[in-house]
Design a protein around this ligand. Sequence first.
Ligand SMILES: *[C@@H]1O[C@H](CO)[C@@H](O)[C@H](O)[C@H]1NC(C)=O
Ligand SMILES: *[C@@H]1O[C@H](CO)[C@@H](O)[C@H](O)[C@H]1NC(C)=O
Ligand SMILES: *[C@@H]1O[C@H](CO)[C@@H](O)[C@H](O)[C@H]1NC(C)=O
Ligand SMILES: *[C@@H]1O[C@H](CO)[C@@H](O)[C@H](O)[C@H]1NC(C)=O
Ligand SMILES: *[C@@H]1O[C@H](CO)[C@@H](O)[C@H](O)[C@H]1NC(C)=O
Ligand SMILES: *[C@@H]1O[C@H](CO)[C@@H](O)[C@H](O)[C@H]1NC(C)=O
Length: 402
Amino acid sequence: MTCIASVFKALCLFVLFVAVACHPTNRPNFFNVQRYGAKSDGQTDNAKAFTNIWKMACTRRGGNSKIYVPKGTFYLGGVEFVGPCTNDVEFVIDGTLLAPANPKDIKNDTWINFRYINNLSISGGGTLDGQGKESWPLNDCLKNTHCHKLAKTMGFSFVNNSRINGITSLNSKMGHFNFFSVHHFNITDVTITAPGDSPNTDGLKFGLCSNIHISNTHIGTGDDCIAILSGTTNMNISNVNCGPGHGISVGSLGKNKDEKDVTGLTVRDTVFNGTKDGIRIKTWESLASKILVSNFIYKNIQMINVENPIIIDQKYCPNPPCEKKAESHVQIQDLKLKNIYGTSTNKVAVNLQCSKSFPCKKVELIDINLEHKGVEGGPSTAVCENVDGSARGKMVPQHCLD
Ligand SMILES: *[C@@H]1O[C@H](CO)[C@@H](O)[C@H](O)[C@H]1NC(C)=O
Ligand SMILES: *[C@@H]1O[C@H](CO)[C@@H](O)[C@H](O)[C@H]1NC(C)=O
Ligand SMILES: *[C@@H]1O[C@H](CO)[C@@H](O)[C@H](O)[C@H]1NC(C)=O
Ligand SMILES: *[C@@H]1O[C@H](CO)[C@@H](O)[C@H](O)[C@H]1NC(C)=O
Ligand SMILES: *[C@@H]1O[C@H](CO)[C@@H](O)[C@H](O)[C@H]1NC(C)=O
Ligand SMILES: *[C@@H]1O[C@H](CO)[C@@H](O)[C@H](O)[C@H]1NC(C)=O
C-alpha cells in the first residue's frame, strides 16, 4: 500500500512539475487586488499588497496582465510601480484609491508613481482621492521658495506608449498628474477636480514629453488646468473643458539653465469657463536659457468670463520683486490663433507682451471675438509690445499688431 501511495505521490508531483514547467504562461494574468490581500475598508494601508501585485503582474511572461481594483475604498500610502515589465500591464480602477489625509504620511513627492514602463494602460470609472484639504493650509510656496513640497497625486516618468482613460482625480495635495520624460501618451475622458482656491493643484503637468494627446477631459483646479514646461513637443489638446483654474499655460520658461524648446502645440475645441487665464505663455526676464517656443495653433476656443483670455507675458514675475538680469531670451514664433470667442472680465482681452530682445514673430490672429464683460465698462482692448504678426477676419478687440 505504502508503495502504491508513494508511486502515486511521485506521479502526482511529476504531473504537477510538468504542468508548471511546460506551462509557465498559465500563471494568472488577472489580479483582482481583493484576492491578493488588499482590503477595501478605507483604513488598512494597501501599499504593500499593491506593490506585490504590481511585481507579479509586471514580471510574468507572455500576454498582458490586468490589475483590477473593484468598487470600494482602498486606502493607500505612497506607492511606486517600477518597470521595465516583461509584458504589458493594464490597471483597471473601478473603486476609490484613498490617499492619507496627513501629508506627512506620504514620504515621496508623488503619491502613486509609475517609472520606466512601456505600454501601460490605466482605465476605469474609479477615483483617485488625494484628500488635499488638510494639507492646503500648509502650502506657503507663494511666499517661501524653499517650501516643503506636498505630494502630487499620480506621476509618470520615463513611460512610453501608454494611456489613461476615464479616471477621476479629486483634491490633490499639490498637482494631480505629473509627466516627466513621457512619450506617446493619451489622456481621454479624465475628470480632474479641486476647488478654485486650492493652492498649486495643477491638473496635468508636462516636462520633457512628446506626442501627448489629451481629449474629452474636464479640469477644474486652483492652478493651471494644463501646464506645459521645458522640452515638451508635439502635444495635441482637444475637447477640454477648463475651469476654474489658470488655463492652459506654457511655462514658466527661461529661468533655469539647460531648458529645451517647446514646439508643436495644438489646442482646439476647448472651453475656458471662469478661469483666471485662458491661452497663456509666460517667460522670465532672464538669459539663463535661450530657447524657442514655436508652431502653436489655438483654434475654436470659447472663453466664458475669463480674466485674461489671451496672454503672453515675457516679464513673468509672480512674486515681485524678481531678479531682473536681462530681457527674456525665450523666442516665441509661429503662433496661430483662430476663432477665439466669448467674454473677458478684464478690459484687456488680448495681451501680447513680448521680449524686447527677442520680439514675438509670425503671430497670426484670425477671427477673434472677445467682448469685455466686466465692472469697468467699455469695449475690450488689446496690448502689443514687441510683436510682429498679422490679423484677418473679425477682430474684437481691434488688434495692435504692426
Ligand atoms: C520613494 O522614492 C524612492 C527613490 O525614487 C523609491 O526607491 C521608492 O520606491 C519610493 N517609495 C515610495 C513608497 O514611493
Ligand atoms: C509594447 O508594445 C509594442 C507594440 O505593440 C511591442 O513591440 C513591445 O514589445 C511592447 N513592450 C513591452 C514592454 O511589452
Ligand atoms: C521612450 O521613447 C523615447 C522617445 O521616443 C526614447 O528615446 C526612449 O528610449 C523610450 N524609452 C523606452 C524605455 O522605450
Ligand atoms: C493615442 O491616440 C492616437 C489617436 O487616436 C492613436 O493613433 C495612438 O495609437 C494612441 N496611442 C496610445 C499609446 O494609446
Ligand atoms: C492633432 O489632432 C489633429 C486632429 O485629430 C491631427 O490632424 C493632428 O495631426 C494632430 N497633431 C499631432 C501633433 O498629433
Ligand atoms: C460655466 O460655469 C458656470 C459656473 O460653474 C456654469 O453654471 C455654466 O454652466 C458653465 N458653462 C458652460 C458652457 O460650461
